[in-house]
Design a protein around this ligand. Structure first.
Ligand code: FE2
Ligand code: FE2
Length: 177
């Protein structure tokens, strides 16, 4: 893996066509965790995958690592909207993402396994490649961070509001709307 390029440059080099595609642009309208869209989540997971591979000096197929990571949540619906077609989202979206990605971009064995196993230990597909294990870790780290940030926003807003009202009262601005 070339070290003079940033992880994001590597992702754009190998996944630029995916990022510009209609399907990925559509992902900008679907929220994933907290206030992060599926597009933003997938991009950051791919960047983190490259960083992990570099930091641990793991030999990988960089192109597949990037493309599998970008497409791992390519299920193309809003999972927050209740709908019969995507019940048990946590268990079935990996298969749906792999199906859509195969149709729109074509997948090699590494990329297919990365996508189908990324929810491991949920689901029945085991990670069989180093790239799949890296994606499993990166996805869970990003998901935890994004969910925590979303909660912090919600709780922090309430606490900050209380704190500011207290400060404003001291300055005589407590009754301003
Ligand atoms: Fe996922
Ligand atoms: Fe994900």
């Amino acid at each position: 893996m070339r070290k003079h390029k940033s992880a994001e440059q590597i992702v754009r080099q190998y996944g630029g066509d995916i990022l510009r595609s209609g399907g990925m642009q559509q992902e900008k309208t679907f929220m994933q965790h907290g206030r992060v869209s599926v597009y933003g989540h997938s991009l950051m997971v791919a960047v983190l995958c490259v960083k992990i591979a570099r930091a641990l000096a793991i030999r990988v197929n960089t192109r597949s690592l990037v493309r599998g990571a970008l497409l791992h949540d390519y299920f193309l619906y809003d999972w927050h909207v209740p709908d019969k077609s995507h019940r048990l989202h946590a268990f079935y979206h990996a298969g749906r993402a792999a199906h859509n990605a195969q149709r729109d971009f074509g997948l090699n064995d590494i990329e297919r396994n990365m996508i189908r196993s990324h929810m491991f230990p949920l689901g029945r597909v085991l990670p069989r490649y180093r790239e799949s294990l890296i994606l499993c870790a990166a996805d869970k780290l990003r998901a935890a961070g994004e969910t925590a940030a979303g909660l912090r926003d919600r709780l922090g807003g309430g606490l900050a509001g209380l704190f500011c009202r207290g400060k404003d009262k001291k300055k005589g601005r407590g009754n301003k709307p």
